[in-house]
Design a protein around this ligand. Structure first.
Ligand code: NAG
Ligand code: NAG
Ligand code: NAG
Ligand code: NAG
Ligand code: NAG
Ligand code: NAG
Ligand code: NAG
Ligand code: NAG
Ligand code: NAG
Ligand code: NAG
Length: 573
């Protein structure tokens, strides 16, 4: 497997420099914010990230006072706008506020000449308690300038606070947000694992509900984790084809060493992955807004309300015999805590606990006539229940269940110059409080990659990726539940050459969003060779103005295409 981000030879030659700046984007629903509310926008930071490795931007953010009482806003968004002109890798970047990671993003690889620009608007309303007071805001974007790499990421971040009113009520918010992070004050607060990351947390004794959110992404030898080969078969592949420890990765949250929840992560492919030219101008899903994952920690409240510190651990494990992984994953998390109206302590008991520490996995394969064929499967079931009684007399019967399954099939033929991946990760996570859903996550993440070198010299190759993100998720009762069905098919060709690399590609995307508040959005957008060839959108969140993607040669008027949007499963939650 080609590791584009480890090679010095993978820079993309500027392909067909256009007449205008290339406007990159990730397909996503527009933020669901009240556009007619009073808005207060502040500039959070402006920075040219040149040689910025180890030098994050650290600023003080003071919330505005002109859009109502602090913390009473209807919504908050961040606007990240970046320009770049030159050659540069994709870079992972982290937003940390009040020591809580609130957004993980990555950069599109730039072009030279007119360069690129992108804007992503991130809804951060769920972190309202953090924004209600001044604090340290950190944007970490570790970039390198060195021979062959001159792209600077010129970055501006604004925050917009939307005033609440009778029409637009204040967003629901937790009483407290607790970081599961490194607490560093000079760089992003993500931790590198392995080894596992732990933090001791003391919760208020009148805690009633706790919801965790987890961030996790593979990096370095783990960037293409889904293409890592099971160790038993690694010696049968030509050296350098791929890394080991198998392709299964499970992110775990443990409390005092007991498993509380597990995550099968969505495989985000960064814009340097496989064929940089087919991520232009449309990045892979999640590249600008990495998905996060949710665990209802409420069933553990009976353990956590004794006033003592408890150890929260985040790690990433494999399906190999020793469960270890390579270097590295970046992880962090946060706890949204809801306390009781009474200061009296909460009590309770965990009544059911069936949560094996590791998934059950199988690992089989064949090696025949130079072909290697490997299948890894895994499944994991959790079931926890608790009875909780608050000081004010509220009782909660909390149930947490997870049922996850995974399969990964890798085929290497013709001396591993032809590499085929078929992976599926599906799951059903469901939590209830007195029978009412509190957290739900029903997902399917199929990933199919067909990779082939065109010659044994491995100087040119083709790749086709067909991957989907289908997810109905209720993160917690403070956030509106939603369903997303996204599919992206890309294919392209890449050629290394001393006079400059060459790449091309196409990207076809279909996206549909629906939420419990009744918002809908659908978009179909295709690109070929940096040019948008089709762009249709519909639904209640569709933008009324031009979409602004440069090079758009075909735009269909909004309502002639999607008069009504039919979205399967939209009301699942
Ligand atoms: C985002 O910020 C950029 C400037 O950094 C500005 O040009 C753009 O209009 C803003 N977009 C929105 C939707 O606020
Ligand atoms: C981009 O950088 C090149 C030099 O590498 C320069 O010639 C060009 O004018 C720059 N483009 C813009 C839009 O600044
Ligand atoms: C944060 O910064 C202060 C100095 O301003 C330092 O004393 C403290 O150790 C730092 N904390 C961490 C966790 O880095
Ligand atoms: C958490 O507390 C335990 C017991 O007091 C201690 O052994 C452990 O080192 C602490 N862990 C961290 C990450 O502080
Ligand atoms: C927890 O168990 C104890 C001992 O059985 C019992 O007295 C108490 O009522 C239980 N608490 C709840 C909230 O169920
Ligand atoms: C074995 O591999 C070679 C080279 O890839 C191929 O020509 C031959 O047909 C294969 N033989 C069998 C029995 O599959
Ligand atoms: C097989 O691939 C390896 C590594 O890419 C290469 O060194 C070797 O020459 C190839 N063997 C053949 C028969 O092409
Ligand atoms: C790929 O590279 C090989 C060997 O360098 C060359 O013979 C072949 O023509 C190239 N294919 C394309 C489509 O450029
Ligand atoms: C994308 O769709 C176009 C037709 O709109 C088709 O020609 C092209 O082959 C498709 N690309 C992929 C990768 O499926
Ligand atoms: C990309 O380049 C390859 C090799 O030159 C060519 O075969 C292919 O048709 C090109 N694809 C597109 C979409 O232009």
């Amino acid at each position: 497997m080609l590791r584009l981000c480890l090679l010095a030879v993978c820079f993309l030659r500027i392909y067909a420099a256009g007449a205008a700046v290339l406007r990159d984007f990730q397909v996503a629903q527009p933020a669901t914010v009240p556009h007619d509310a009073k808005q207060c926008t502040i500039k959070v930071l402006q920075r040219d990230f040149a040689f910025s490795f180890g030098s994050a931007e650290v600023v003080e953010l003071t919330p505005p006072i002109d859009c109502g009482p602090l913390g009473s806003w209807a919504a908050i968004t961040l606007n990240l706008t970046v320009t770049s002109n030159g050659t540069q890798f994709d870079r992972l970047a982290h937003f940390t506020f009040q020591n809580v990671e609130i957004w993980r993003t990555s950069t599109p690889e730039p072009t030279r000449g007119d360069g690129i620009i992108w804007t992503y608007i991130k809804d951060v309303s769920q972190y309202m308690p953090l924004f209600a007071k001044p604090g340290t805001f950190i944007f970490q974007l570790d970039n390198l300038i060195q021979p062959g790499l001159d792209g600077i990421y010129s970055t501006t971040v604004h925050a917009t606070f939307y005033a609440s009113s009778n029409r637009h009520p204040a967003a629901k918010k937790a009483d407290l947000i607790i970081p599961l992070s490194t607490l560093a004050n000079n760089t992003g607060n993500e931790a590198s694992v392995p080894p596992s990351f732990s933090r001791n947390v003391t919760l208020p004794t009148n805690t009633l509900q706790v919801y965790a959110e987890l961030f996790a992404s593979g990096n370095g030898q783990e960037e293409f984790w889904y293409f890592n080969a099971a160790n038993a078969f690694l010696p049968s592949l030509p050296a350098g084809t791929t890394f080991g420890q198998g392709p299964f990765r499970e992110v775990r949250l443990l409390i005092d060493g007991k498993l509380a929840g597990v995550v099968l992560p969505y495989p985000v492919v960064f814009t340097g992955g496989f064929i940089p030219s087919f991520w232009r101008p449309i990045t892979s899903y999640g590249a600008m807004d990495l998905p996060t994952y949710f665990v209802d920690v409420t069933p553990f409240v009976p353990l956590l309300v004794d006033g003592n510190p408890h150890q929260f651990t985040i790690d990433v494990v494999s399906a190999e015999a020793d469960h270890t992984i390579l270097q590295n994953w970046y992880v962090s998390g946060l706890l949204q805590v809801i306390t009781d109206s009474s200061p009296e302590p909460t009590s309770g008991n965990i009544t059911v606990y069936d949560a094996p520490l590791f998934a059950q996995a199988t690992n089989t394969g064949t090696v025949r006539n130079g072909s290697v064929d490997i299948t890894v499967t895994a499944s994991h079931k959790l079931h926890v229940e608790a009875s909780i009684l608050s000081g004010s007399g509220k009782s909660i019967h909390a149930v947490w269940t997870q049922e996850l399954s995974y399969s990964n099939h890798q085929t290497y033929t013709e001396n591993a110059t032809v590499q085929v991946l078929r992976q599926t990760a599906t799951g059903r996570t469901y939590a209830t409080h007195n029978g009412v859903p509190s957290v739900a996550d029903v997902f399917s993440y199929p990933l199919n990659v067909d990779f082939a070198y065109l010659a044994q010299d491995q100087r040119n190759w083709t790749t086709r990726i067909d991957h989907s993100y289908e997810r109905a998720v209720l993160p917690n009762p403070l956030i509106v539940g939603s369903t997303i069905k996204e599919r992206q098919i890309t294919d392209g060709f890449y050629q290394l050459a001393t006079g400059g690399n060459f790449g091309n590609g196409t990207s076809n995307n279909t996206f549909a969003y629906a939420d419990i508040a009744g918002n809908t959005y659908a978009r179909e957008v295709n690109a070929a060779l940096n040019i948008i060839t089709l762009d249709r959108e519909g639904g209640s969140l569709a933008r009324t103005g031009p979409t602004g993607e440069s090079g758009s040669i075909f735009q269909v008027p909004l309502d002639s295409v999607y008069g009504a949007v039919r979205l399967p499963g939209g009301q699942n939650l």
